[in-house]
Design a protein around this ligand. Structure first.
Ligand code: AQP
Length: 332
């Protein structure tokens, strides 16, 4: 059986990068795989969050997933803290993974910044929890963006070391699913920085709840360079903002980047931005409207999450018991 596990942090401001790089692909995968989509609130608290914001963001992300077309019946949609097995398996993996492995994780270095000594232990051990998320359900495939590739490699290493240490063939090999387009949508203010929920500038990202005016304004104000649009991808390295906007057009219209270069290359940014804005509005506004309606009905969102939590626990509990037996924990 092919099983997908994927997660998104409830850190507010779901954006076009989350949609194109992850959620839209998840919607396609639900036809082919048995899928668990998890709102990873345990990961979110590796950085301090206001409790009421964490709760609200969890509901907002759930609403975003449902509004984008994920079916709460066909998929298991839940927030991570409802299933204690994630934390329990993460502890075992804390004892399997080596310090040296975690020291190599580039995302910790980026997120901890200069003041590494002051980062939480949870932020450092984050990849072990991610390995637990995936392996608790013996997921076979994980859709990953560029930035998560290193963590998935680590999950594979942990699974292998666990199997070797205990002389078992317990955890399957997890395969990455990498999608061709929009693996890294960049900030509208700086084409070298990832579009991110936590960027202080709201103009850096298009939020899934932005209305048509906000989307058009953000695209109009997006940073560009003084030249006309590049006619081929060879120019992209030197022109990150043009590459990002043209990449967005390709991803939203589901055409190739070469087609976008052929169609708009040599043209002016202003005319292109109008077309990009129309396209983004057509794709995102209906999702944003559904999302807002769902956010006005938190009971319905909570019902989907509660049902997902129950189903996830049912899947996780027997696996966790088997893991405890492998490790030798007494279950009297
Ligand atoms: N800019 C992006 N381009 C393409 N894909 C992206 N994803 C996130 N940003 C981009 C993908 O969305 C999924 C969920 O991501 P996440 O919210 O769990 O974590 P993140 O990657 O840390 O996202 P942010 O926006 O940068 O959040 P903050 O600012 O809170 O750290 C993942 O599949 C991710 O690849």
């Amino acid at each position: 059986m092919k099983r997908i596990f994927s997660g998104v942090q409830p850190t507010g401001n779901l954006h076009l990068g989350n949609y194109l790089g992850a959620i839209r692909n998840w919607v396609k995968l639900q036809d082919e795989f048995d899928c668990l989509y998890c709102i990873v609130d345990l990961h979110a608290v590796t950085v301090w969050r206001k409790p009421e914001e964490l709760t609200a963001n969890t509901r907002e992300v759930a609403a975003g997933l449902l509004a984008a077309g994920l079916d709460g019946k066909r998929n298991i949609i839940f927030n991570q803290s409802q299933v204690p097995g994630h934390s329990e398996l993460a502890w075992i993996f804390n004892c399997v993974a080596r310090l040296g492995w975690l020291n190599r994780m580039t995302q910790f270095k980026e997120k901890a910044g200069k003041n590494k000594e002051n980062a939480s232990v949870g932020l450092f051990a984050y990849p072990n929890l991610m390995a637990a998320d995936i392996l608790l359900y013996k997921a076979t495939h994980v859709p990953v963006g560029e930035d998560q590739k290193q963590h998935l490699e680590l999950a594979r290493d942990i699974a292998q070391k666990f199997n070797n240490d205990f002389g078992v063939d317990f955890f399957p090999e997890v395969e990455p699913l990498i999608f061709g387009t929009a693996t890294r949508v960049m900030s509208l203010r700086d084409g070298t920085k990832k579009m991110s929920k936590s960027d202080p500038s709201d103009y850096s990202r298009i939020n899934m709840t932005d209305n048509a005016d906000a989307i058009a304004k953000k695209i109009r104000k997006a940073k560009t360079d003084p030249q006309s649009l590049p006619a081929n991808v060879e120019k992209f390295d030197a022109r990150p903002e043009a590459a990002n906007l043209m990449g967005l057009y390709a991803a939203l219209s589901e055409t190739s980047i070469e087609d976008v270069c052929n169609r708009f290359g040599g043209g002016e940014f202003s005319a292109f931005k109008k077309q990009l804005a129309d396209l983004a509005v057509a794709k995102l506004v209906p999702i944003g409207e559904r999302m807002r309606r769902l956010m006005e009905d938190p009971a319905e969102v909570d019902r989907v999450l509660a049902q997902g939590g129950r189903r996830a626990r049912q899947l996780a509990e027997p696996t966790l018991k088997e893991i405890q037996d492998v490790v030798g924990f007494l279950r009297p």
